[in-house]
Design a protein around this ligand. Sequence first.
Ligand SMILES: [Zn+2]
Length: 100
Amino acid sequence: MNNSSCSIIQDLLPLYEDKVLSPKTAEVVKHHLEKCSECREYRTHIHHVVRAMQNQNARNNYRYSEVVRKIRRSFLIELAVGAAVFSFACAALIKLASRE
Ligand SMILES: [Zn+2]
């Protein structure tokens, strides 16, 4: 298989895997894969990369849940601070009121 057609097919493989190629182009890629072992190997490599990316996404989701937990925690702290400020203000008002 000549190198330039291989590099074109390899560029198209991610799109082929995502099934977003036009039927005609997909057919060309499919025929090439049947004849070319190098591009079949490349396709296997792409599968590994895609799987690694999916794992990465899973990790990102984990981080996202961490972020949500942190946001919730800081919200609770804000509530506590707000309650403290409110009770301090009430105490000050009661003191002022009791002076008169
Ligand atoms: Zn090839």
